[in-house]
Design a binder for this molecule. Structure first.
Ligand SMILES: Nc1nc2c(ncn2[C@@H]2O[C@H](COP(=O)(O)OP(=O)(O)O)[C@@H](O)[C@H]2O)c(=O)[nH]1
Ligand SMILES: [Mg+2]
Length: 285
């Protein structure tokens, strides 16, 4: 696929940098959200620049839509990088406990400092950070569920932060840090578009569909066979596959199968998780 000339204005990046820098100062822990289907593509290295010294949980969001075996590989990968990885469906209650459990071991330095100073144990102050559409609001709403209460403003701060209290030991900033997307190459832009993190009109739908088809044919042929009833995938090209999908679903334009419509349908079904769990990126060895 051609390299696309789509870039954020430097001003946008500068603003993100300032906002995140100011938040990072007041938290003990970063919860970095990445999409489990393409964890590296959904990261932004800016975070490493701004928060390299903060303990970090890497939360592989939307793991319900990803290939579980591939997600296991990513968990190993992030652990080997020194982060505490957690994977899950952000809409489920279970994720709260998993997050709290992963966080406490990262607070060793904070706990030792409290002890040294003779202070009592202070709650962890955490914040959620990630690129658009990765699940930040979903997680904050989930974490801020019934039993949590806003713990109020901090005196003396002009634009006061709100903290959500998850337990006596854990509070969360109610505003997420939003990282701009990072896509140094076309393949990464394609992944971000397929995850729904990038505006749909940035890349042509048919280009995206061909990229997705190529990937699924190579890695998840059963998905295409089962969902669209394409028995001999090896015998048909990607273009013919799009025509077959259009025929099966009655997507016609002037009486003939429309690859434009089937391209759109394929992408939509992938985004909605209707094709079954699939990952777009495998952890490096
Ligand atoms: N299947 C699935 N969908 C999720 C998950 N987390 C978020 N979503 C969906 O992803 C979309 C974007 O989530 P949102 O929280 O608005 O992302 P934000 O832009 O990072 O705040 C919404 O449609 C959510 O319902 C998850 O773990 N699994
Ligand atoms: Mg949001």
């Amino acid at each position: 696929m051609k390299q696309q000339n789509v870039h954020y204005f430097p001003g946008h990046m500068q603003k993100a940098r300032r906002v995140i820098e100011s938040y990072v100062k007041i938290v003990d822990l970063i919860i970095e959200l990445v999409d489990a289907r393409a964890p590296l593509s959904s990261q932004n290295p800016l975070l490493n620049q701004l928060a390299s010294s903060k303990p970090r949980v890497v939360l592989l969001a939307k793991a319900d839509l990803a290939d579980p075996a591939v997600t296991e590989g990513w968990i190993e990968y992030f652990r080997s990088q020194g982060y505490a990885p957690v994977a899950g469906d952000l809409k489920k209650g279970k994720i709260v406990k998993a997050l709290v459990q992963a966080s406490e071991p990262l607070m060793k330095a904070k706990r030792e400092k409290e002890k040294r100073l003779g202070m009592k144990k202070q709650p962890i102050r955490a914040m959620v950070i990630g690129i658009p559409n990765v699940g930040k609001s979903t997680l904050i709403n989930n974490l801020g569920g019934k039993k949590a209460a806003a713990v109020g403003n901090k005196a003396g701060v002009t634009r006061a932060e709100q903290w959500i209290k998850l337990s006596d030991d854990f509070t969360l900033l109610d505003t997420p840090g939003i990282l701009p997307m990072n896509y140094p190459d076309g393949a990464q832009a394609v992944r971000l578009a397929l995850l729904g993190s990038m505006r749909e009109d940035v890349l042509p739908t048919e280009d995206l569909a061909y990229a997705l088809l190529g990937y699924l044919r190579g890695n998840y042929p059963a998905i295409l066979k089962n969902r669209f009833d394409i028995a001999d995938l090896c015998a048909v090209s990607s273009h013919e596959t799009l025509i077959a999908i259009a025929s099966r679903r009655g997507l016609l334009e002037n009486g003939t199968p429309s690859t434009e419509k089937s391209a759109y349908l394929l992408i939509k079904e992938f985004k909605d998780g209707l094709l079954g769990p699939a990952s777009l990126e495998v952890a490096p060895c």
